[in-house]
Structure formats: C-alpha cells, structure tokens
Design a protein around this ligand. Structure first.
Ligand SMILES: [Mn+2]
Length: 281
C-alpha cells in the first residue's frame, strides 16, 4: 500500500499540498474506469450516509471495518460541508477507498461538485490549509466517483434516489459524470432527489435546480426497470438516523450528528436483504 495512504489510514490528518495531489491522483486512478453504476457480487454490506465533515463519525465507521469483516462498506457521498473537519473526512474516506479497494466503495453525492463545495464550505477549508490550485485536485477527484451501486442480490444504492428519465442501468451508464458539475440531468437527480410517500411519479423539489421529489409510482417503475428489491440512499436528515419509505423497500440513512439533530447510524444489509441499523457511538 502507498505510504501516504497507510499513514492517512493510521490517523495522519495534516497533509501537504503534494500529498493531496497524490491522494487525488490515486483515487482518480481507482475510479476513472468504473461505470456510473458499479455492479458487485457482495451480499453483505454496510452503507454509510452523509458525513458532512464529522471526522469523529468517520472514525467510528473505520472501527466497524474490523467488526464487520467480510462486508463491503459503501459510502453514499456528502463528505464535506457543514462539519469541522471536512478536508480530513474526505481524505480519510479516499484513503479507505484506495487502501481497501475490495472492502470500501466511495460514491458521489450532490456535495461532490465544484459549485456546491465552493458555496457550502469545503472550498474555504481547503484554501485555509492549501493553495487555491489544490481545490482543483478535490474537484477532479469528485468527477470520477461512481454514482450508484447495484448488487447481484438486489440492492441499488445512491445518494439521492430515483431520477426522471432513466429506467435501466444501461441508461444511467450512458450518461457522463466526468465533470466538476453533474451536467447530466439523470445523474444530477440521482444525487439530489428525495422520496415521499404517495402514489405519484415526480413533483418539484424545494431544493431547487432540477431536483425532484419521487413518489411510489416512480419508485416502482424504476425498481422493475433496473431490477432490485431494496434501495438504500442518504441525503436527508432524519432524527433517528434511518427512515424507511414505501413499506421498507427504500431505506434512508444518515451518518452525521448534524449538530445533535441526528442519532447517526450506518445500515447493514445481509444476504437475505435483512437490515440492521448500527449506531455510531
Ligand atoms: Mn446530500
């Protein structure tokens, strides 16, 4: 394993500009050629929701790697913004993704774009510690992160949820994610959309942009088209840290405390699609 990666995994948080460039480079090498929807055989997984710069929560997740040996850990995006240690949080997840490529998968959330990261905090934390050009190494890393995961045993996972305009993995894979922004409307919505109960397809979303609210009708059509039984997503704060939708066919997970609003959790999914929320103590 690369020395910088192993030191970051062991808790080194102070990285020089050149270190960030190197870490970004190895992360890009790891993910550039992956499809938008990564397909895996794993049937035991641990899903990690938004971290938003809460490095302590990430350290709790890192400790679970040993307890849940044999599980694939899937990070659903939103590493920066809001919390105190955004740069450190992104760096450690990146080190986990390249240090344990068979055990850790890093997906792209709506905060992994240049515009959102500039407006909401990561940019200011990066330029406080590094030169402006180093921010570009972060946005280059964002641009390669895959958008979603599908497992053979029937899980589909992404940051936001069901997009309007795609009903198959092939249609999602046909879009391009390689940019600082999510220019594809389908990929943008996979990172931004939110579920709500009700037998409708799509409604406007107060988050703005071209984000949508998806209802059970859209969920059902997407589930049949893509071919899965359980969707796991993140993106929204719920006090319990986990919230089911559509009779439990969709689970929303959040892994940061958000200033004490949330009891942060990760979600274990087993071989029979059995689920177990795990507290991040
Ligand atoms: Mn989000």
């Amino acid at each position: 394993m690369n020395q910088l990666v192993s030191e970051t995994l062991r808790g080194r948080t102070v990285l020089k500009d050149e270190d960030v460039w190197e870490l970004s480079g190895v992360l890009q090498d790891r993910y550039r050629s992956e499809k938008n929807v990564v397909e895996v055989d794993a049937d035991r997984l641990v899903f990690v929701g938004d971290l938003h710069g809460e490095y302590e929560c990430l350290l709790s997740v890192q400790r679970l790697l040993d307890d849940y040996n044999g599980h694939l850990f899937v990070f659903l995006g939103d590493y920066g913004e809001r919390g105190p240690l955004q740069v450190e949080t992104f760096n450690l997840v990146a080190a986990m993704a390249v240090g344990y490529p068979e055990r850790v998968l890093m997906l792209r959330g709506n905060h992994e774009t240049a515009s959102v990261a500039t407006r909401y905090g990561l940019y200011s934390q990066v330029v406080k510690s590094y030169g402006h050009s180093t921010f570009r190494h972060y946005t280059s890393a964002f641009s390669v992160l895959p958008m979603a995961l599908r497992t053979k045993h029937g899980v589909f996972a992404c940051h936001g949820g069901v997009p309007e305009g795609a009903l198959s993995v092939a249609e999602i894979d046909a879009c391009s994610r390689y940019g600082e922004e999510l220019d594809s409307s389908v990929l943008y919505q996979i990172a931004w959309n939110d579920p709500r109960e009700g037998d409708f397809r799509f409604r406007p979303n107060q988050r703005g942009g071209s984000s949508r609210i998806f209802g059970e009708k859209a969920f059902r059509e997407f589930k049949e088209g893509v071919g899965f039984e359980l969707m796991v997503r993140a993106h929204e704060v719920f006090p319990a840290g986990v919230k089911p939708f559509f009779s439990g066919q969709l689970q929303s997970i959040f892994s940061a405390s958000s200033g004490g609003q949330v009891a942060p959790k990760v979600l274990r999914v087993g071989p029979n699609l059995d689920i177990e929320p795990i507290n991040l103590a």
